[in-house]
Design a protein around this ligand. Structure first.
Ligand code: ATP
Ligand code: MG
Length: 390
């Protein structure tokens, strides 16, 4: 074991018994993130703190940890046995020697004595350790008001020394806020939507509608790849792949073409809701944004929403495309999203789709599917393929 990290997490949502749920979920997610890397690691909970001990590569470890929701800060930490105060002085001096090539900095000692039997109190520890550092490195100076470096020394059963804090992603650990069903297309918006909701602790499942032979195997693979990229943050994703071809053809043959997209979207929502309910999901998630395309005007959203009983969460509803793209670049889904494979929606799309669909008219058009679509609907549910994406 070469390196330890103190994991800091937000304290707000974790009062009472929620604390255990939060911490256990965080430990699980850290394990999931590190299992992908080479090297042995251990995640421990010690006196209300979470530590990672690993012999894995430093940069890789940091990179993986900065993707675990719930982590606020990652502190590379030196852990020592308590072998007396003289040893502690040496350890702190060695810590400074190793961590700071350039010793021209101001610092403040931040000792915390959690072990009350320790012979010195925090003030005394600070004074003596500060003196030891100043003595060994005369270039340093103390600034208690606005130091460039804070050196934390926590005296517990063991002694923990750290100074840097690398920023974590924040949010809540996946698995602390129930489950949601993401409608995941190959586009830019829905992976971002899934990422955003996962950041609030929601476990993500996903459903993708494809239309073979109109959409290809590689279009499907693209969605699996996107799910993988979201899973780096969100944890494993159960992905339903629904064959939507026959339903789309039925709509195409029986309904007015300008209403195709809306009716199709309504069927997508119904099918997604079916799997969502079966798995105990508490809501659907889409990448819709007001006004982005004809099927995302307020009127269109109202029509698609109308078929659902579960709440539909649309985290990017008020985002401009550029803002969504910025997130997709940050989470590394953008390059995959812009691969130019055909999408089931674009294939049957009308030249002039309604931008202000009328719900009554849509429902009237859907009547023409009666007696034709029910079996296809059932078949779509029965022939679903389930992929466990990790
Ligand atoms: P995205 O970039 O997410 O594909 P978009 O701007 O292309 O969004 P639409 O194609 O209108 O928008 O889709 C709106 C939303 O409907 C998507 O964000 C997604 O949640 C869902 N959706 C669209 N097509 C599919 C599909 N083939 N499978 C699963 N969900 C889909
Ligand atoms: Mg799309």
């Amino acid at each position: 074991m070469k390196q330890s990290f103190l994991i800091k997490y937000g304290e707000i949502a974790i009062k009472g018994k929620n604390r255990y749920i939060f911490e256990n979920a965080l430990v699980d997610q850290i394990k999931f993130a590190l299992a992908r890397l080479d090297g042995e690691f251990e995640v421990t909970k010690e006196q209300g703190r979470i530590y990672v001990h690993t012999d894995g590569e430093y940069e890789e470890t940091i990179d993986a940890l900065t993707k675990v929701f719930g982590i606020v800060g990652i502190c590379p930490t030196v852990i020592k046995d308590d072998t007396g105060f003289e040893d502690l002085k040496k350890d702190v001096v060695e810590f400074v020697a190793r961590h700071y090539e350039d010793k021209n900095f101001t610092f403040k000692m931040m000792a915390r004595r959690a072990k009350k039997t320790y012979p010195l109190d925090s003030m005394e520890v600070n004074a003596a350790l500060g003196e030891a550092v100043l003595y060994s490195f005369p270039e340093t100076s103390v600034d208690v008001h606005d130091p460039e470096v804070k050196i934390f020394v926590e005296i517990r059963d063991k002694i923990y020394i750290y100074s840097d804090e690398i920023k974590g992603p924040g949010g809540m650990p996946t698995g602390t806020s129930g489950k949601g069903m993401l409608l995941l297309s190959g586009g830019i918006d829905s992976p971002v939507a899934g990422y955003m909701v996962a950041k609030r602790g929601v476990t993500i499942e996903a459903v993708y509608f494809h239309a073979p032979p109109y959409t290809s195997e590689r279009a499907k693979q693209k969605v699996v790849d996107l799910a993988k990229k979201v899973a780096v943050y969100a944890g494993p994703i159960k992905l339903y792949v629904v064959n939507f071809t026959d339903i789309q053809l039925a709509i195409y043959e029986n309904c007015p073409h300008e209403e195709l997209t809306i009716i199709m979207r309504r069927y997508m929502m119904m099918i997604a809701e079916h799997f969502a309910k079966a798995d105990g999901c508490l809501g659907l998630i889409t990448g819709e944004s007001i006004g982005q395309v004809a099927s995302q005007t307020m009127q269109s959203l109202m029509c698609t929403n109308e078929v659902c009983e579960l709440p539909v969460f649309r985290p990017v509803i008020a985002f401009d495309k550029n803002d969504i793209i910025a997130i997709s670049e940050k989470i590394d889904t953008y390059e995959t999203s812009i691969l130019p494979y055909e999408d089931c929606c674009t294939i049957f799309v009308a030249k002039h789709p309604v931008t202000k669909p009328n719900l009554k008219s849509i429902k009237k058009s859907e009547k023409k599917l009666e007696g034709k679509v029910e079996d296809l609907f059932k078949e779509a549910l029965e022939t679903v393929e389930v992929i466990e994406v990790k």
